[in-house]
Design a protein around this ligand. Structure first.
Ligand code: COA
Length: 332
């Protein structure tokens, strides 16, 4: 561990390449839906699903290695790994498996769960460790395999989600490139979106009953979640811009959690941001939960659209309910 400056820079991104794509047409052979319904209501044309060989840890490790290479670092340079996920391989945590897989032997690693807001919450968490001088170089990974937990017979949810992993390397620097952030929770609306443990009584002795349950497939009140997103996301972005002393027009790229194209369009419209600055890759990936923002960021960086010095506003929102935004300047 080396003490760095008080600032945070965003110096490399990466994402995993999943082998299996599942198109809307393929899905319509599994459940009563159609490409027309899914694409017009959501903007999604296909999603990727992890195959039998891939795991949360293996895909997170792939994204991590690419981000570390893009930052011109080696795994030994990483001091902290924050793995944002709601779909771990192991409920005790998967971050340590990723640490071992990539050989980040100096890093401490832990999981962070905040559903689709997980990556933004992870970036904010990482920034605290860097700003206090505790850690110099932090890897934040967003990875989720929701295909494990959707009910493939429930057309109101299964068409939305996909699997993926993305990562970013953050490092201490003199000039702070994290220009602002805000994160929020509202547990009173928890019932809108769940992947809940359901307990079943398991008698142990005559007097004591323990429980042995299981997690039930994702349930969602789509309309409530939609209403929540189109009101809270513009609000949190406006507050974050205000803290940074910036206006929406100063944003070069708006990277929202890729939940629904209609949500993205509504937020951009509210901010009066031209569509060219709105990042969208959901046609290709669907909603990959904590992975969606870092995958989109990585795709825009690798195709040369995001340039060093440009300002990126990102906002995650989802189960919890949780939501948040971070405003940053890309590059060293
Ligand atoms: N294929 C075909 N028809 C479907 C369908 C599917 N996959 N899913 C629902 N339908 C049907 C419904 O049964 C309903 O039929 P009915 O009118 O005969 O009852 C009709 O389509 C309309 O359903 P509704 O739920 O009102 O659709 P909607 O316009 O609200 O769109 C969502 C549904 C899920 C796309 C939308 O509510 C949404 O995007 N919400 C936000 C969800 C989200 O982003 N969640 C993740 C946040 S992290």
């Amino acid at each position: 561990m080396i003490n760095g400056g008080a600032g945070v820079a965003f110096i490399g991104s990466g994402s995993a390449q999943l082998e299996t794509a599942l198109s809307n047409d393929m899905l319509s052979r599994v459940v009563d839906t159609s490409d027309e319904w899914i694409s017009t209501r959501t903007g999604i044309r296909q999603r990727h699903v992890a195959n039998g060989e891939e795991s949360l840890a293996s895909l997170a490790a792939q994204a991590a290695q690419r981000a570390i290479s893009a930052a011109n670092l080696t795994p030994g340079d990483i001091d902290l790994i924050v793995l944002a996920t709601s779909t771990p391989d192991d409920l005790f945590g998967t971050a340590c498996q990723v640490q071992a897989a990539i050989g980040a032997t100096s890093a401490v690693a832990f999981d962070l769960t905040a559903a689709c807001s997980g990556f933004v919450f992870g970036v904010v968490t990482a920034a605290q460790f860097i700003r206090t001088g505790t850690y110099q170089t932090v890897l934040v990974i967003g990875a989720d395999l929701l295909s494990r937990w959707v009910d493939w017979q429930d057309r109101t949810t299964c068409v939305l989600f996909g699997d993926g992993a993305g990562a970013v390397v953050m490092q201490a620097c003199d000039r702070d490139r994290l220009l602002g952030f805000e994160i929020h929770s509202d547990g009173s609306m928890n019932g809108c979106l769940n992947l809940a443990y359901t307990a079943a009584a398991a008698p142990l002795t005559d007097e004591i009953s323990t429980q042995k349950g299981t997690f039930t497939a994702i349930t969602m009140n789509g309309r409530e979640v939609y209403r929540f997103a189109v009101s809270r996301v513009p609000e949190v972005l406006e507050k974050t811009l205000f803290h940074a002393g910036l206006a929406a027009d100063d944003i070069d790229w708006l990277i929202l959690h890729q939940a629904n194209q209609r949500i993205l369009d509504a937020v951009a419209k509210r901010l009066k941001l031209p569509n060219e600055r709105l990042v969208s890759n959901m046609a290709k990936h669907g909603n990959t939960s904590a992975a969606s923002i870092p995958i989109a960021l990585d795709e825009w960086v690798r195709t040369g659209k995001v340039l060093p010095g440009q300002k990126i506003a990102m906002s995650g929102f989802g189960a919890g309910l949780t939501w948040g935004a971070a405003l940053l300047e890309w590059g060293r």
